[in-house]
Design a protein. Structure first.
Length: 383
């Protein structure tokens, strides 16, 4: 069995030499319910706000019903002013609290909603093949938050999936046309894994304040940028570069694992640095396409199969592990892609890319496991 990844926060960063996890996240009075829907031939995606009540135990309580044709959902708690947000429990129709450490299976320590984040936390079902969006009444409790929203997908259970992608580009160094090669690489990667990407035309955001932004999604400027994203797509923001300290070498980062879906807010997208993928004025299309595919995977709920330390692994049973005890050949405390060849380095979601020499030799990160593909196909925002 894999050791569960014990810490999931609100920022997931792909970096050339190491992965940084930056801390993120969530009163309640009754709130009216509002719903918006997106229909297609096989499924319906709807977002609603859930009424909560304050219980005698000091927790806010709420419930929602998954119908018999429920496919998946993401339950999200939000906290104004980017204060801490977290769920205390989420119980399925059989009264199993899937956030409890004593439950089997459990998302304890794995779902971002069970650890405190800044402004936002969530629970995705299914985030592995061990969970299902069971029909019936689900109940939840939380103590940190200001509102709770449910994004629910219903319809026919998927054998395949289409995901709409909305790219954006900021700055003046590169144009929308410069992204075409990388977007084609990303589309090819997903297509080879049974996922069709419907990629909209790239939108140029000309406001100079968005050319370089902080990697922190609670930053005012970053929040304002990402909040412009579409509610019906996975939003990819190709920024000119990251701003601020601690951003050297960062290729891209996602707002969550998963991020928000179907709601215009600061967690509804990913960032990709163009400067980090450039040699002079030329973009490395293969690497940029792999980075975009990787960050999109995070946004939809995928983890790194192996973390940098080689001792922490995802919750999926069919992804390859690269153990520090046997693969850290240079004893530097990290497992590189080269050290993990054949042990997960080829996976789109591996924590770091191949070195430049390995990429020159044709090494790529384009594979996904069966269970990773299932998470994507069942995503609430997929069709």
């Amino acid at each position: 069995m894999k050791t569960k990844l014990k810490l999931f926060l609100t920022c997931f960063i792909l970096i050339t030499t190491s992965l940084l996890l930056v801390a993120g996240c969530a009163k309640k009075e009754s709130i009216s319910t509002t719903t918006s829907s997106q229909d297609n031939s096989t499924s319906t995606f709807a977002v609603s706000e859930i009424t909560q009540t304050l219980g005698d135990d000091g927790y806010y309580n709420g419930s929602f019903v998954v119908p018999s044709n429920g496919i998946s959902f993401i339950l999200s708690v939000f906290k104004d002013n980017n204060g801490s947000a977290a769920f205390y429990s989420l119980s399925d129709p059989d009264s199993t609290d899937i956030l409890s450490s004593s439950s089997t299976p459990t998302l304890y320590g794995a779902a971002s909603g069970s650890t405190s984040g800044k402004g936002y936390a969530n629970v995705l079902v299914p985030q592995s093949s061990s969970f299902k969006a069971k029909a019936g009444t689900w109940t939840f409790k939380y103590i940190l938050g200001d509102r709770v929203k449910l994004a629910l997908r219903t319809g026919n259970f998927p054998n395949a999936a289409t995901i709409v992608v909305q790219p954006y580009i900021t700055g003046t160094t590169w144009s929308a046309a410069d992204l075409n090669g990388a977007l084609s690489v990303m589309s090819r990667i997903y297509s080879a894994n049974g996922i069709t990407l419907s990629i909209n035309s790239t939108i140029t955001i000309s406001d100079s304040q968005y050319a370089t932004v902080s990697k922190d999604f609670t930053d005012t400027t970053t929040s304002a940028l990402v909040s412009q994203g579409s509610t019906n797509a996975v939003n990819l923001f190709f920024i000119e570069d990251y701003a601020g300290s601690g951003s050297s070498g960062i290729l891209g980062n996602a707002a969550g694992m998963p991020g928000s879906m179907g709601i215009a807010n600061a967690w509804n997208g990913v960032l990709n640095s163009l400067t980090a993928h450039a040699s002079g004025s030329t973009l490395n299309e293969q690497l940029l396409g792999e980075t975009a595919a990787h960050e999109m995977g995070h946004q939809l709920g995928l983890y790194h199969p192996t973390e940098a330390n080689g001792t922490t692994f995802d919750i999926l049973s069919d992804t390859a592990e690269c153990s520090k005890s046997s693969r850290d050949n240079d004893s530097n405390g990290e497992v590189s892609a080269e050290e993990c060849e054949g042990f997960g380095a080829e996976n789109v979601m591996f924590w770091t890319p191949w070195s430049s020499s390995s990429r020159s030799a044709g090494k790529k990160q384009e594979t996904l496991s069966s269970h990773q593909r299932q998470v994507l196909k069942y995503s609430p925002i997929a069709k």
